[in-house]
Each structure stands twice: as C-alpha cells, then as structure tokens.
Design a protein around this ligand. Structure first.
Ligand code: PSU
Ligand code: MN
Length: 315
C-alpha cells in the first residue's frame, strides 16, 4: 500500500524532459455535470491541451491508486459514478488510497498531487472559494489554502459564481496568491466576465504569464498563482444563482454536497444554458493552461531552474 502517484509513461517522460504538462481535475467530471456528460468535458479538455502542444494529465484516485493520466474508459468511471465518487480534496487522498475508493479530485486535491509529481499548470472551470453566508457556516474551500502552498498556475474563470466572489478575492490576497486577469482588469464571475473585483495584475499573453510565474517561484518557491480568463460568451445568471443558493439552503444541504446541488439547480433554472457556458469555458481554460505551459517550457532551464530546484531550507 503506497501513496506514490502512478503516472503514465508519457507523462513521466514529459516531466522528466521539462516538456509542458497540464494537470486536470476529476471532480468536474463526476460532480460538475449530471447524466455522465462530464466525460465529454474531460475528453474535450484533453484534446485542447494536446492541440496546444502540451500533455494532459488528468488526476484521480482509481481503486485506491492515485493516478496521473487516465484513459477514456477510466474517465468514464468518474462520469458514470457522479456524486457516488468521493469528492477528494488534499485531506481525503490518504483515506481514498487506504480504503480503495474511487476519488474524484477537486482543484485542491489535484494540486496536492501536482505538487508531489512536479506539474506546474492546471486547467479547470472555477476554483472553490468562500461560500455565501461563510460567517455562519465557515464554508471556505480547501482549494484556497492548497493554492497558497502549491507552485502551480491554475487557469480558471474565477471562483464559481455560486460563491461570495469578493470575499474569495480578499482571501486570495490574504494568502498571497497572485490573481492574474487574462486580458481583463477584473476577476471573472464564472458564467460572465463582468462585475467582479479587481485582479492583482492584468496580463496580455501566455509568455507574460510564464515569466510572471517563473519570477514568482523564484521569490515564493511554494506559492501558486491564479490565471483568470473570462468566458468567451458569458451570460448573466446572477438572479438564478441567488435563487439556486437559496433553494439548496432551504433543503438543508451542507458541506461538500453544496456545490453539486447548486450547479444542478442553476442548470434547471437556466434551461441548460449554464451547462453550455460551463463546458466551453472548461475546454478554453485547459487550452490556455497548455499555452502558458508551452511558453514556460520555452523559457528554458536558465529562467526556470531556480523555480524547479528544491525549496530553500529553514523556516
Ligand atoms: N466548478 C464547477 N463544478 C465543480 C467544481 C468547480 O463548475 O464541480 C469543483 C472543483 O473541483 C472545485 C470544487 O475544486 O468544486 C470545490 O468544492 P468545495 O467548494 O466543496 O471545496
Ligand atoms: Mn466546502
């Protein structure tokens, strides 16, 4: 019995040679879409990563083995399981391994594995964050502290709009996580690009992001960055999201079950439109993560060596 993540030969070789690799999560495959449609989202993300010149590395726990790189039939198991798969953050990995579970990794869980194997770029839809009503529930996603301690760039469309995005932005600042706005000055609101709090810096191209990441890792070797990209064709679902959050609250759903329940309610209330935007932005973000990973690899060992060396010792 071992935690040691199992990498496909392709991913192991790419990492060894310093080639671009993009980590992808599996919670969106199992919990993010209903009716097994998460499989399409996963496969499309992988296609887009490859088309941009990087190797996709989808992370999940299968039969108690932490896997980095999953084939279509393995991804299908996550999609088919839906909410029966165990939603796996960093704290859940060990129990999943020992108990031989099917564990779909959240952004935080995926980051913990990426940190262990040296993957520095991750694509997803929306990161977890501070939930609305956090003062009472203290429901704050473990994605945020994990981001603060993992040297990776997470490409997303902001925090999920079902969250308190302003509070999430404040906490990212507190944790010292740079929030880069992809050709935007404000943090995207997931379903729409407009109306969010300011980002810490606006960036214009993949090379600029790669250079900021490499520089950040020289200064803060174990710190993560967010690259926030507005959805290409966003829609304003704010009213529906508020209604969905209230519905879920009234149904007394709490903890990890909140996100899937709210997403299902938003899909219902929007007549499926939310799912279309979600699918598209997940694939677009995966492609952007790949473009940044390629630009980072092209910086060459001199720029990235300090970042890939061991973290400095001492407190
Ligand atoms: N965005 C979605 N669907 C999801 C998630 C994000 O559109 O299912 C998942 C991600 O895996 C993220 C997780 O890491 O929700 C955060 O969950 P929580 O708030 O319980 O930490
Ligand atoms: Mn939570």
């Amino acid at each position: 019995m071992t935690f040691a993540p199992q990498l496909t030969a392709e991913i192991a070789e790419a990492l060894q040679l310093g080639r671009p690799v993009v980590g992808l999560e599996t919670t969106l495959v199992s919990h993010g879409f209903s009716g097994g449609r998460g499989l399409d989202a996963a496969l499309e993300s992988e296609r887009r990563v490859r088309a941009a010149g990087a190797t996709p590395a989808t992370v999940g726990v299968l039969d108690g083995v932490v896997r980095v790189g999953l084939d279509a039939s393995e991804l299908q198991r996550f999609a088919d399981a839906g909410c029966a798969a165990r939603k796996t953050g960093a704290r859940d990995l060990a129990a999943c391994v020992v108990q031989g579970a099917l564990g779909s990794t959240t952004v935080g869980g995926t980051l913990a594995v990426c940190r262990a194997v040296g993957i520095r770029f991750v694509g997803t839809g929306g990161i977890g964050g501070v939930h609305r009503g956090f003062a009472e529930s203290l429901d704050i996603s473990a994605d945020l502290p994990q981001l603060a301690r993992t040297p990776a760039v997470v490409v997303c469309s902001g925090a999920k709009s079902i969250l308190d995005v302003s509070a999430t932005s404040e906490l990212l600042e507190t944790l010292g996580v740079p929030v880069l706005g992809w050709q935007t000055a404000t943090l995207p609101m997931f379903y729409t690009g407009a109306g969010g709090p300011p980002v810490s810096a606006t960036v214009g191209d993949a090379l600029e992001v790669a250079r900021i990441a490499a520089t950040h890792w020289q200064l803060v070797p174990a710190g993560g960055l967010v690259l926030a990209r507005p959805p290409t064709e966003g829609i304003d679902l704010e009213t529906l999201v508020t209604e969905a959050v209230e519905q879920v609250h009234r149904a007394c759903i709490t903890g990890q079950a909140v996100t899937p329940a709210v997403l299902a309610a938003v899909e219902d209330l929007s007549g499926g439109r939310s799912v279309e935007v979600n699918r598209r932005l997940i694939a677009d973000n995966a492609e952007l993560a790949a473009r940044v990973a390629v630009a980072y690899a092209d910086l060459g060992p001199r720029s990235t060596m300090a970042a890939t060396g061991p973290p400095p010792s001492g407190p």
